[in-house]
Design a protein around this ligand. Structure first.
Ligand code: UDP
Ligand code: MG
Length: 326
């Protein structure tokens, strides 16, 4: 048991969230006050909002919130770098300012009543506590089905992951510090955390409806996250092509022997159109697909070696030491 109350930070990336922001910050600040009153967390605990290059009034509203609630700190990123990188910016920012941190989406679909259990598990020495969705009834059928399929795929590729866990997580200071030293650009935080091999806990919860506004995860962003999840942890797609290549090579050898034998031992050889064209299409297709996958991995290596910053912080707001909410 620790002998002082932990300073907790709540980290939330926000992208074009003007509809939901005020309401959510109000709820989060009230929740922090509650936890402070219950003497579960230190009264220096705070919220960190990361504006992921929004082009609506999100930043202005965050500025207003920081005036109204002394516990609000914030980062404004210059460009939209995506949820994962924005979250990483927030976690790196709070790492030396708190004892533990909880990441959550600003639409508050995650269940804030699990905070107590998460903190209890943290006090018991868990470095990570994963929020696990009990059901996905609030998600669309398409999202539910694609999620299930995706977890299967991860399993098939032997990528360690936590089923039905997104980015609602508690991190200990050790993990926050560790994350500061991870320079990966192709970020898939939930996979990274699942593979850290430290002591972890789980809390189950029911996912809620978005408080307001619409999803900021476009199909493109979702597919790109899914691909990051696979390509950052597995070389199975590349290896699969070595096997497919070998298999196709064996078939070609068989076909060549057949053609040679036909030419040598048969006198009525009329090469058919299909047997000429099909292998060309087949081999061409396989090769292009293989090259594409190879290219994808090379592109990732290329992005990593450039070592460009993951995000650029344009502005920072730090908390004012005072009561949590006015
Ligand atoms: N988000 C972000 N950058 C993006 C897209 C989303 O910071 O490019 C944030 C968004 O503001 C929210 C969280 O990521 O806090 C999750 O997004 P959303 O709720 O739209 O995703 P969904 O719940 O639909 O998967
Ligand atoms: Mg959401």
């Amino acid at each position: 048991m620790r002998n002082h109350k932990p300073i907790l930070s709540l980290v939330s990336p926000c992208y074009n969230e003007q509809e939901v922001l005020l309401q959510s910050v109000h709820i989060l600040a009230a929740r922090l006050t509650q936890l402070i009153d219950k003497q579960i967390i230190h009264n220096d605990s705070f919220i960190c909002l990361v504006d992921d290059g929004s082009n609506d009034d999100t930043w202005q509203l965050i500025e207003n919130c920081s005036q109204k609630y002394h516990c609000v700190s914030a980062l404004k990123l210059m460009h939209n770098v995506g949820h994962q990188n924005a979250l990483m910016a927030g976690l790196n920012f709070v790492a030396d300012k708190c004892d533990c941190s909880i990441s959550l989406d600003i639409d508050l679909q995650d269940d804030l009543s699990t905070f107590e259990t998460m903190l209890e598990l943290y006090e018991q020495g868990n470095h990570l506590v994963f929020g696990v969705k009990k059901n996905r009834q609030k998600d669309s059928i398409l999202k539910r089905m694609s999620a299930r399929l995706y977890y299967r795929l991860l399993q098939l590729m032997q990528i360690k992951s936590v089923y039905n866990h997104a980015d609602f997580r508690l991190y200990s200071k050790k993990i926050l510090q560790l994350l500061q030293d991870i320079p990966e650009r192709n970020l898939y935080l939930r996979g990274l955390c699942a593979n850290l091999n430290c002591k972890v806990g789980y809390v189950e919860y029911d996912i809620k409806e978005r408080q307001a506004g619409t999803s900021k995860y476009t199909l493109g962003k979702m597919l790109s996250l899914a691909w990051d999840g696979i390509s950052s942890f597995s070389i199975v797609p590349l290896r699969a092509f070595t096997f497919i290549g070998f298999f196709v090579f064996l078939i070609s050898v068989g076909l060549s022997i057949y053609v040679l034998a036909s030419v040598l031992f048969s006198d009525s050889v009329v090469p058919g159109w299909a047997s000429t064209v099909l292998p060309i299409y087949f081999l061409g297709g396989i090769q292009l697909l293989g090259l594409g996958i190879l290219g994808e991995y090379i592109a990732k290596v290329y992005l990593e070696v450039k070592k460009r910053p993951r995000y650029i912080i344009e502005e920072k707001i730090t908390t004012q030491k005072a009561p949590v909410a006015k």
